[in-house]
Ligand binder design. Structure first.
Ligand SMILES: Cc1cc2nc3c(=O)[nH]c(=O)nc-3n(C[C@H](O)[C@H](O)[C@H](O)COP(=O)(O)OP(=O)(O)OC[C@H]3O[C@@H](n4cnc5c(N)ncnc54)[C@H](O)[C@@H]3O)c2cc1C
Length: 206
């Protein structure tokens, strides 16, 4: 199929045009199915929105599914029980210094002040702490929470979040794969990509 054929199939007549028809609409469109995308999808569903997640790879999970998932946060209860002294300002300072002070201090502050709440949010989704709080390779303090989900360590957080997304989706089509890489680059591309994906939706569902 040539570029011109593709454009015609997409309902596009010229550059940067909005497609002439939409094949699917959602309140919230999420690009990517790693930690960020899956967490955003759960929150959007729980706020009552319809959700569509678009993933360019043939499998969901992105970098998140291959990461160890060690989750750093100050957790006074658990750390105290292990004799570890820790506090938010130390996490803040170490995060900034670990990144040669190139990170946005406001964002780092938000991160460290909300990290424990984020871990508890994961626990609500069925993700469990696997073993004691540790100082993982490359980190600066023993505050890492290693996750497990349904007894498995590998891909634990993605596994838990993905199960929650699947439980919330109403029409069985929330995660569509085979998204074209140019999706986010071109105006109108979203409608076009969806047309292609939904044309084969039975093959692309999880
Ligand atoms: C080997 C490894 C180990 C790690 N270990 C840890 C750890 O122990 N602790 C820790 O805190 N961090 C760790 N990290 C870092 C952590 O994994 C990442 O910071 C995190 O996964 C980023 O999540 P994300 O959702 O932002 O991105 P990703 O998980 O990468 O998700 C982005 C998704 O978007 C998709 N996408 C991109 N562009 C498009 C497009 N145009 N259209 C559709 N889809 C698109 C990608 O295919 C991907 O699925 C590790 C990373 C690696 C690689």
């Amino acid at each position: 199929m040539t570029r011109l054929d593709q454009k015609e199939a997409m309902g596009l007549e010229g550059p940067n045009e909005i497609p002439s028809q939409w094949h699917r609409e959602a309140d919230v469109l999420i690009v990517g199915s790693g930690y960020s995308g899956l967490a955003a999808a759960i929150e959007a569903y729980d706020a009552g929105a319809s959700v569509l997640i678009l993933e360019k790879m043939p499998v969901h999970g992105g970098n998140s599914i291959i990461s160890i998932g060690a989750y750093n946060c100050v957790d006074p209860e658990r750390q105290k029980a292990q004799g570890i002294e820790d506090f938010i300002e130390l996490h803040y300072e170490q995060t900034l210094s670990g990144g040669d002070y190139r990170a946005d201090p406001e964002k780092v502050r938000f991160l460290v002040e909300n990290a424990l709440e984020g871990w508890k949010w994961l626990e609500e989704k069925g993700i469990e702490l696997d073993g004691p709080i540790l100082e993982v390779y490359g980190s600066l303090w023993p505050r890492a929470h290693l996750p497990k989900y349904k007894g498995k360590k590998r891909g634990a957080i993605v596994g838990g979040l993905y199960d929650r997304v699947k439980a919330r989706r109403k029409d069985g089509t929330s995660v569509q794969k085979k998204l074209f890489p140019w999706l986010t680059k071109r105006r109108g591309g979203i409608g076009a990509a969806e047309k292609e994906v939904y044309g084969n939706s039975e093959n692309n569902q999880n």
